[in-house]
Design a protein around this ligand. Sequence first.
Ligand code: FE2
Length: 277
Amino acid sequence: MNPTIVHISDLHFQTYPQNFQECKSKRILGMGNLFFRRAKQYPLQRAKLLVEQIQQMKWDHLVISGDLTQLSLEREFSLARETLEPLIKDPERVTIIPGNHDRYIKESGGKDYYKQYFGEFFGDKEIHVRKLNSDWVIAGWDSAHPNDWLTASGTVRRSTIQATENLLSSFPEKTRFIIVNHYPLTFPEGWEVDHFHELYNLVPVRNWILRQPNIRLYLHGHIHRNWQHRLSRDSAPELLLLNSASSTSILYPGQKSSFHQIELAGDKVKVSPILLK
Ligand SMILES: [Fe+2]
């Protein structure tokens, strides 16, 4: 079987806080952002259209690489869950990891709505693992954590790298791996990287991945652009990095795709950019 993946990201389901308790700290800033920009950018209707479009496509596995919500409100998570339901009936066919907007603030009592509403699509281990066939395995990472007011950064924990190393060594040498993580490792040429918006340990993580020749694909979101980047390795196949954000947003002028369909055939990876109509 040659598996086909649909990769979407940064769906940003949104509602306003319903009570004073939900209006705390960083959310006030987020509400301003939502009111002025995001609400217009992410009408719920686009998310429903995305679900319909994906239902009509051929795929074996769905990957959502974080930022299901805008302010990590419980109502946003329940709206996301309800809208995505037709696609996520079988958790074996679905990988969903959190983004920084899904851990927007430190909730009282250590509450984690991402885990409550979507935890079954990650599992309760350090990393999420799904074997697609005898050639390809997915490893999902959780690098999102609350930050101060003006920071959107994440961190790939040492324990995540360790668990991934253990995973790589537990499979036959010919197995290829796909890492799913919210944050990018590369940027378009001339892009001004904002260090308060990216992985704190971007460089060591990128270098570590490049040293693992069996990691062939890196699926992410976070920056609301679609792109396909390639990083070459000295004596191993290249690493392909795909950004599928933001799959639900209103199209900006000249935008050519909203997400990606990825076909895996043996060693070959065929990527088709798809536009949400
Ligand atoms: Fe993000």
